[in-house]
Design a protein around this ligand. Sequence first.
Ligand SMILES: CC(=O)N[C@H]1[C@@H](OP(=O)(O)OP(=O)(O)OC[C@H]2O[C@@H](n3ccc(=O)[nH]c3=O)[C@H](O)[C@@H]2O)O[C@H](CO)[C@@H](O)[C@@H]1O
Ligand SMILES: C=C(OP(=O)(O)O)C(=O)O
Length: 438
Amino acid sequence: MSTFKIEGGHQLKGSIKPQGAKNEALQVLCAVLLTPETITINNIPDIVDVNKLIKLLSNLGVEVNKLDGNTYTFKAEHINLDYLESDDFKVEGRGLRGSIMIVGPLLARFGKGYIPKPGGDKIGRRRLDTHFEGFINLGASFRYNREDHFYGVEAEKLKGTFMLLDEASVTGTANIVMAAVLAEGETTIYNAACEPYLQQLCRMLNRMGAKISGIGSNMLVIEGVKSLGGTTHTMLPDMIEIGSWIGLAAMTKSELTIKDVSWKDLGQIPNVFRKLGITVEQQGDDIHIPAHKNGYQIQNYIDGSILTIADAPWPGFTPDLLSIVLVIATQARGEVLVHQKMFESRLFFVDKLIDMGAKIILCDPHRATVIGHDFKSTLKATTMTSPDIRAGISLLIAALSAKGTSIIHNIEQIDRGYENIDDRLRAIGAKIERLPGN
Ligand SMILES: CC(=O)N[C@H]1[C@@H](OP(=O)(O)OP(=O)(O)OC[C@H]2O[C@@H](n3ccc(=O)[nH]c3=O)[C@H](O)[C@@H]2O)O[C@H](CO)[C@@H](O)[C@@H]1O
Ligand SMILES: C=C(OP(=O)(O)O)C(=O)O
């Protein structure tokens, strides 16, 4: 287990460029399985989860070529389906959440897709019903082995149909779309998720020859085609990283420019930070955060009641930024209720912030009220363990704003989703050191 040693209390300065989006990468990488032709993908983040998925694809027989740091080509011409029955696959498939999305493309192109219960953050129940109900609707047979949590779907041919998803699952929608593009006839997916990750996936599939309409809405209509071809795809910057850097700038009272953010794809994100009192300036396609020398004031609602920040499926506010909202509220002027509706175990890390001196009441597993300090008392440095990726980055931001030296263990959680984070933070003035694990 590696560790970060962080000396907090220093102002940062400069510019930082977001990596490609982790959750988009996991979708578009799985889509390479849909064609025997070459797919080139630019801006792939060099992070643990993505590298695990690339290794899994390569073990399945996909020819993988790294052209430069973040550009790869993939050619899924000869796929070794026997690998899906191997013990190695059971270990690799469990290593990340995104592996679930190989099932749709494999089912569509080869008539079968298997997966062990995938990993990812331990942030509450993470069911997969939406995925498999979608495949069943397309005509697949389903089996689940409870002993080793192994899922399987098989079909000689998939047939388009109308389906109303029981929830707007992000990876579920991606998986069903990737199955439906090669199904016979028309599929309509209502209550589809429509995050920028999915919009990007659908645009890439259309460039490969798919016929998907309704992109960006909650109703996707897919006219099945017989085969798909190669394409080149460039991934969007990671909006969760962008939000993380906005929070980092505010809480360390630093002036930061976040480069090439693709403003048009950020949805509610800039406005939610503005409601917390943070000045988020648009400069071309960059975000500029001036140094908040006099702190930041949380807005109330028009009627004077306390602001609530809650997650919702896109175009609502993403749940992956709520931990960051929570940590930056600890130094704001005012109060906010953070309501994490989707995941039931994602707010427990507030205990660590309370240890550091933050004023937070965990009302129940889904809601926490934060009373900001307005920098009148800084957080105390401490030793902590990162429980999940977003709690991890939030604790890292807290440590950078705290007085003294903090230690964060289990930083593999942070490395899952943030490329080379210690080098990039050092480049803007952070005092952060990576200590090797024992
Ligand atoms: C690899 C990947 O892309 N992971 C993302 C993906 O996970 P993932 O696709 O696994 O998440 P889902 O969208 O399936 O659902 C997440 C949770 O929200 C609940 N839920 C979902 C939809 C809904 O309308 N109502 C509702 O309550 C689900 O029951 C589940 O507990 O989307 C999540 C929700 O944005 C993000 O946190 C994850 O970072
Ligand atoms: C929950 C997340 O990731 P995963 O779905 O991969 O666990 C996340 O990125 O915040």
